[in-house]
Design a protein around this ligand. Structure first.
Ligand code: PXG
Length: 294
């Protein structure tokens, strides 16, 4: 996005160069807040209601009173796209506890900060979608709901970032996080699926994964295509021996995984069911969403 893009910041649209938050914002000082990553396709915001609902659920979980209704938040997201003439791209909604003092107590923060950035997105090339990703298992475990519940898309993504650093160091594209029991949880910013003997499996959310909006959409599309979809715990053994593995997320959409910890998955390229689901997903997202100009 050009540097003169317009950012929604606490009630007004300001130029990117002037969109500044306080150094006393508890989002910055303590990671006290949450975010959403949303896609726009063909002038339509994809799964807008679902993203707004998830934001409000995060707000409730961290006891942050949003100074607006769900309808008003949806309108901020739509208006951020309109102001920037964004027809295809990526929206980042960020909510922080707001400005306070140097102390953990959120009582010093009278007003949360609401930020909405409408931007372009760097996509993987077609070649990557065909070739698939290389994953490594992360040495760190996914946050457990005993501490930061993975269902909160909190501003504290250090664990996930350390995962990305591990992937970088290993020459891989992404990591697999296990939960505290050694069960497969998800990636650093995406949900995981495996396919075995024509059945599609994904870990249940309660084991420690984000309730991904793409995940849910892909599960519904797969069922419509006639596949059995099971939410079931599985381990790395099941991943290594799967016929196909793929990840889902708003940014990557649905992308094949063809190598995990140096084990080749299936034939080492995007498998037939993954390809079929990717096509179904692309078709669906091209024709669904909240119209910016309706
Ligand atoms: N798991 C985690 C931990 C995530 O952060 C997903 C799964 C997928 O959820 P959705 O609802 O998008 O299907 C996410 C998504 C990015 C980016 O720009 C994406 C996410 C977080 C940070 C960056 O690629 N979140």
């Amino acid at each position: 996005m050009s540097s003169d893009s317009l950012i929604y910041l606490d009630g007004e649209f300001v130029k990117e160069s002037e969109a500044k938050v306080s150094v006393f914002d508890h989002g910055l000082l303590y990671g006290d807040g949450f975010f959403e990553g949303i896609r726009v396709y063909n002038s339509r915001v994809f799964k807008l209601q679902e993203h707004v609902d998830r934001a409000f659920a995060a707000a409730k979980a961290i006891m942050l009173n949003l100074p607006m209704t769900k309808e008003e938040m949806a309108e901020i997201i739509l208006e951020s796209c309109r102001k920037n003439n964004l027809k295809d791209g990526y929206i980042r909604l960020v909510v922080t506890r707001g400005k306070g003092n140097l102390g953990l107590n959120p009582r010093s923060c009278p007003k949360p900060s609401i930020i909405c950035i409408a931007a372009n997105i760097q996509l993987f090339s077609d070649e990557v979608y065909e070739k698939g990703l290389k994953l490594v298992t992360c040495s760190l475990r996914r946050n457990s709901s005993n501490n930061i519940d993975p269902q909160i898309k909190s501003l504290n993504y250090i664990n996930n970032i350390l995962g990305v650093i591990e992937a970088n160091r290993a020459g891989a594209d992404e990591v697999i996080f296990l939960n505290q029991n050694g069960v497969v949880a998800e990636g650093s910013g995406d949900n995981i699926f495996i396919i075995k003997d024509g059945v599609i499996y994904t870990p249940p959310i309660y084991i420690g994964a984000l309730d991904g909006i793409t995940r849910k959409c892909v599960m519904e599309l797969a069922e419509k295509e006639g596949y059995r979809v099971c939410e079931k715990e599985f381990t790395l053994f099941n991943v290594y021996n799967a016929d196909e593995v793929f990840l889902t997320g708003s940014a990557a959409e649905l992308i094949a995984v063809t190598n995990v910890d140096d084990r080749v998955i299936g034939n080492g390229v995007c498998g037939p069911i993954t390809e079929k689901l990717l096509n179904a997903y692309r078709e669906y997202r091209n024709s669904n969403g909240t119209d910016l100009y309706q």
